[in-house]
Design a protein around this ligand. Structure first.
Ligand code: NAD
Length: 260
């Protein structure tokens, strides 16, 4: 049973893709939500979709850039001021960055990707964990990637950041288990979101759909994952039904990471 009645869930990257899908799934189970993103318009779109599916949902939006620790502090404080606590945190905002061989990978690009995907996740955990430790409860799901557990190629910044997210997850999971807090990471394969569409366009230009078909032809399930499949996993991991799962990395990739 997944039940979020009277629970408060905070989601970064809530304006699109996996963050939006998690918001939809969790709102259906009765949670109060705070959605964070740097894109205000897409946050509004998510809110409209959530309210269409769950008209009773309590949902607040907060515009912030996760690379800025002050802004992270502010979204955490806003959540506590608005709803009094944080039961679940989907620490998910991320970018892919421009693909290139390591020798050609832009150093600025590397810093940018690390700054969003790794620093942003660290700041989020740091400030949310203070709240959860005081409460004596809570659960966190960090978004890693198949690129955080395997070499994918052409993604120096992404791979370094996502392997870093896995390391942060294991380290903090070990630290905070005794305070009633579970911290896990998910490692999605290719899930059809605007980020993956952008990635396919980097590789294939106008032929990106053909590139996508070829890409999934080697997946054991022969398809892209659906955002709602990830949203449902996140809902489970943030719920009371999964309390003894801690410091783990859960693959959601149709089995592809065992095939590389
Ligand atoms: P997406 O581009 O659809 O959504 C990402 C959201 O994060 C956007 O709304 C964007 O505005 C927001 N964001 C980006 N940088 C931000 C910042 N600095 N501050 C605040 N918000 C910011 O992408 P998605 O596919 O939903 O990706 C979500 C997460 O899942 C990312 O961490 C991504 O690396 C990870 N991931 C995705 C896939 C996939 O196949 N889609 C696979 C593995 C991992």
């Amino acid at each position: 049973m997944i039940d979020f009645t009277d629970k408060v869930v905070l989601i970064t990257g809530g304006g699109s893709g996996l963050g939006r899908a998690a918001a939809l799934s969790i709102a259906k189970q009765g949670a109060k939500l705070v959605l964070v993103d740097m894109n205000k318009a897409s946050l509004e779109e998510t809110k409209n979709e959530v309210l269409q599916a769950s008209p009773e949902a309590a949902i607040e939006l907060f515009e912030a850039n996760v690379t800025n620790e002050e802004e992270v502090k502010n979204y955490v404080q806003f959540t506590v001021d608005t709803f009094g606590k944080i039961d679940g945190f989907f620490n998910n905002a991320g970018i892919e960055g421009k693909q290139n061989l390591t020798e050609n990978y832009g150093s600025d690009e590397f810093e940018k990707v690390i700054s969003v995907n790794l620093n942003g996740v660290f700041y989020g955990m740091k400030h949310v964990l203070k709240v959860m430790k005081e409460q004596g409860s809570g659960s966190i799901v960090n978004t890693a990637s198949v690129g955080g557990i395997r070499g994918v190629g052409n993604q120096s910044g992404y791979a370094a950041s996502k392997h870093g997210v896995v390391g942060l997850t294991r380290n903090s999971g070990v630290e905070y288990g005794e305070f009633g807090i579970s911290i896990n990471a998910i490692a999605p394969g290719a899930i059809m979101t605007p980020m993956v569409e952008g990635s396919l366009k980097q590789i294939g230009g106008d032929d990106w759909e053909a590139v996508g078909k070829e890409f999934v032809s080697v997946n054991p399930m022969k398809r892209f994952g659906k955002p709602e499949e990830v949203g449902n996993l996140v809902a489970f991991l943030l719920s009371d039904s999964s309390r003894f799962i801690n410091a783990s990395v859960i693959n959601i990739d149709g089995g592809q990471s065992y095939k590389y």
